[in-house]
Write a protein that binds this ligand. Structure first.
Ligand code: MD3
Ligand code: FE
Length: 214
């Protein structure tokens, strides 16, 4: 018999001090979110950017919102325009803004209003080496991350690059809110395993909602 209620409801898992995974929290919105990502990418395509060290990133990126994060020969920065195109970033869809604010509040961070959304696209083999996110002005503001499509192994450690790391699988629809002390933890993504997802095909997408400037 057709059972419309067989899917598990979202659940939450504490991950570290100030960090919580809202499992499958974006599952119902995933189709709409992906359609919006496609619209954004039609205006401002995904690029593999070149880091100041001259390396081509295996993750392709675009942004939406008042500011976008990118890297080029000059460094890493938030800017109002894409230095590749000279254009302003596409606006942040209302659904993005609302989900980020609501999920931050569910994790205990009230009044979070993102001004930037970085969209990462992973293809098989793409990875993000251990790093900290500290290009934002106010590090007391959380970051909300939404994973869509193929699963990836997320790695997170401590406040020093050499600290022990834990591994967590991030799957389609998972949202993670990073605030408090966890905001400055080193983290990364292991090389993506090839696969086919019904919504995203051969890719994994990750949306991170950020407050870049006060
Ligand atoms: C922990 N993105 O864009 S999302 C990034 O899946 C980034 O694309 C990964 O790391 C991705 O900077 C991981 C989870 C995440 C995002 C931001 C964080 C974890 C975080 C900021 C601080 C601490
Ligand atoms: Fe990061």
């Amino acid at each position: 018999m057709l059972d419309l209620f067989s899917e598990e409801a979202p659940w939450s898992e504490p991950l570290a001090e100030g960090a919580v995974i809202l499992r499958r929290r974006a599952r119902d919105e995933a189709n709409t979110l992906m359609a919006l990502v496609t619209e954004i990418a039609a205006k401002n395509p995904f690029y593999h950017r070149i880091t100041p060290g001259g390396h081509r990133m295996s993750v392709a990126m675009t942004n939406c919102g008042d500011f976008g994060w990118s890297t080029d020969s000059r460094g890493y920065q938030y800017s109002e325009r894409d230095s590749m195109t000279g254009h302003r970033w596409p606006g942040m869809p209302e659904l993005f803004r609302q989900m980020a604010t609501i999920c931050a509040a569910e994790a205990g961070f009230t009044h979070f209003t993102p001004d930037a959304c970085l969209i990462n696209r992973y293809e098989p083999g793409a990875k993000l080496t251990l790093h900290q996110d500290k290009d934002e002005q106010d590090l007391t503001q959380p970051i909300v991350s939404v994973s869509l499509g193929l699963p990836a192994v997320f790695q997170f450690g401590g406040f020093e690059r050499g600290d022990a790391t834990q591994r967590v699988l991030l799957e389609h629809g998972d949202i993670v809110v990073w605030g408090g002390p966890s905001r400055l933890c080193y983290h990364g993504i292991l090389p993506l395993k090839p696969g086919l997802h019904p919504l995203t095909g051969a890719f994994r997408y990750n949306l991170t909602f950020r407050r870049a400037f006060r």
